[in-house]
Write a protein that binds this ligand. Structure first.
Ligand SMILES: [Zn+2]
Length: 296
């Protein structure tokens, strides 16, 4: 009988995964829904089930959030009270209104909220996509609960610490750290796919980004939920650092040698990095870093 019940429980878990997405329980009450790049829902999103409420970690695009919502409801009937955005970029934050419509409050760092109201709003307003990936049916909600350097949710059962980590990938980057389970949600400070990073945010700080990766590795997480790609651990934080460090080194050496951004990008080869096997994306990143480092 026990065996049958166990088998039934496992089946429920598999059903929660849905046809096109993968949902995993990382620890009791701590879930992640892996990003689905083929359907333009690329960000990994998590949720933590507290005694009385649910905290969502990153909202995805609105069409992604609409699919994540029923997946959350399969795991709990507790209300979704909070959505934490690791940063303001659309693939992580634009779906927040889907959860706000369920009664959730949006939380992020003070700098992230300011970026949401400026760059985030501007990106939303100029979006002209139509069809499945149109933003027109949705609205943009800005975070109303903000923190300077740190805040925590703690009900004695679960503790989630939100820690400001930027400027790095953006100005207001923050991570979610679960000290009991040693699970770290990094947002886009770390990725684990072959397409590299978006390094082109106007307020990105690549040197500080590298220092932040060191600090995160020192915390020694057992699981790292990266912004995009497979789950990882400390090795993925190190690989991310190596890729970015190599990129910065190549650009700085090129600038010292009097080369143009185009010349630097064409001569560089970052494809030995697992994160950077796509030459076209590496080139775009190198040009973005060059622009940043040579801006007056
Ligand atoms: Zn991002």
């Amino acid at each position: 009988m026990t065996r049958i019940l166990l088998a039934a429980g496992f089946a429920v878990l598999l059903f929660a995964a849905g046809a096109n997405s993968v949902v995993k329980e990382l620890a009791p009450g701590v879930w992640v829904r892996m990003g689905d790049r083929d359907r333009n829902q690329p960000a990994n999103c998590g949720w933590v089930i507290f005694k009385d409420f649910v905290l969502v970690i990153d909202a995805n695009f609105p069409w992604g959030a609409r699919e994540i919502l029923p997946e959350i409801k399969k795991t709990t009937n507790k209300p979704i009270r909070f959505v934490f955005n690791t940063h303001y970029h659309g693939d992580h934050a634009y779906g927040s209104s889907v959860f706000a419509d369920e009664g959730a409050q949006l939380v992020c760092s003070q700098d992230c909220a300011q970026e949401s109201r400026t760059k985030g709003q501007a990106g939303w307003d100029k979006n002209t996509a139509t069809g499945d990936y149109s933003l027109k049916p949705y609205r943009l909600v800005h975070p109303a609960i903000v923190f300077g350097t740190e805040m925590a949710f703690d009900d004695g059962e679960h503790r989630v610490e939100l820690r400001k980590a930027g400027p790095g990938h953006s100005k207001g980057d923050a991570v979610a750290w679960l000290p009991k389970e040693r699970i770290l949600f990094t947002g886009d400070l770390c990725v684990n796919w072959t397409s590299g990073n978006n390094v082109a945010d106007a307020d990105a700080d690549h040197d500080n980004w590298i220092r932040t990766l060191d600090k995160m590795a020192q915390a020694n997480p057992s699981t790292v939920v990266v912004g995009h790609g497979d789950l990882g651990g400390v090795p993925e934080l190190r690989k991310q650092k190596e890729y970015l460090s190599d990129m910065l080194r190549v650009v700085r050496e090129g600038i010292r040698a009097g080369k143009s951004g185009e010349e630097i990008a064409n001569a560089a080869d970052l494809t030995s990095h697992k994160i950077g096997t796509d030459p076209a994306r590496n080139k775009a990143s190198i040009l973005a870093v060059h622009r940043k480092l040579t801006a007056k």
